[in-house]
Design a protein around this ligand. Sequence first.
Ligand code: GLN
Length: 488
Amino acid sequence: MDQLHTLSVAELAARLKKKDFSAVELATRFLARLGGNPHNAFLDIDSEVTLAQARESDARLAAGTAGPLEGVPIAHKDIFVTQDFVTTAGSKMLQGYRSPFDATVVQRLRAAGMVTLGKLNCDEFAMGSSNENSFYGPVTNPWDVQRVPGGSSGGSAAAVAAYLTPAATGTDTGGSIRQPASFCGITGIKPTYGRASRYGMVAFASSLDQGGPMARSAEDCALLLSAMCGPDPDRDSTSLDEPSENFSAKLGDSLQGLRIGLPKEFFGEGLAPDVRAAVDAALHQYEKLGAQLVPITLPRTELSIPVYYIIAPAEASSNLSRFDGVKFGHRADQYTDLIDMYKKTRAEGFGDEAKRRIMVGAYVLSHGYYDAYYLQAQKIRRMIADDFQQAFTQCDVIAGPVAPTVAWKLGDKSDDPVANYLADIFTLPASLAGLPGMSVPVGLGAGGMPVGLQLIGNYLQEAQLLNVAHQFQLATQWHTAKPQRVAA
Ligand code: GLN
């Protein structure tokens, strides 16, 4: 019983059903671990809400009406709105904000029986790669508290890695599930764009934003994803009209003959040798499992950086215009007239990175520049998606690093936005194409820090992708490696 907090989602669900322990006992155990807010991972905790949900789970377990994940705790990235917890999106703009409704993803996980532990820290409006853009302070990496956990889902990754929760939600616009999962040594998947409803996700760049699960194994991610996904036609017009799927269905398939494409652009000069070594070792393991490595090319990989950093800010500048002090969140105390109120509210409420993106976005959309920047970026985005389709004629999945380096030191890149943007190079292409991508821990690099392997699948191939990760996790132990500092 001592090790309850280290059990997987699958084990917890099974043992709760067997009544080995109750949902209230389990929730109590995790709430005790959250005391002092380790790693600054949480932004809101409310033990009464959590325990009330756990009691409901115990009642359903007793009555035989339990959902598939009944009583298993989860925490949500603070981008998902929740009725029972504050939602800030990591911004001063939404300090203390309470939503009148739950995001669809939150609702669906509740309907599967999950118990909410609280809300997780993230970069402001999910803009960032280090969690240092949160108004509520950075999150520290459980593997080395001098280092960043990655971002923007940094709180989610740190909380799972430090065994503060068995599972978390994240959102990924340009890598924010995959990169923090990689930096913290956990498993995360961004499904195909449109799989998980965006309803109730505070919008950053709507044509890219996608929610997904973060946990300690592919098996757990499959269970969580099955509960999260499904059409939501009345509330998210871009949600796919695909029936909810059992994403565990392919776990167990052999990898014999699987063709893994290796884009040469992902293995060039910018890749740190320690990351390369861990990725190469993982690829060798895949060969042992029967897979075949195929050289491929994604020729516009480098262009994904300028393309993303035009399209994402353009959409952000539009999405963030709703924060004007009238309907949501912060309003300046003192102002002379309406325009002055807007200006002061936005000057006070947004942090530097959000302001930077609003300005870049307004610029690339403005008359005279639209054609030169925004329109060009959209055209290249289409070409990037086509390059993937070309590649998938030669391979079944694509593999490479998630990020060029392991997690960097806090402060190292905090006043250099471009250095942060460049480090997104390997996650942006799949985001722009809307493809599913995941991060799987495959080793330790410089400073003993985790390295993630990125796996990218074709549209709607999440079940296959999860099995490709699962087979690796059956054959190796990297996903069970524990940060030394984490109390057993
Ligand atoms: N690092 C990228 C950015 O800053 C991606 C963020 C995300 O996926 N939410 O925009």
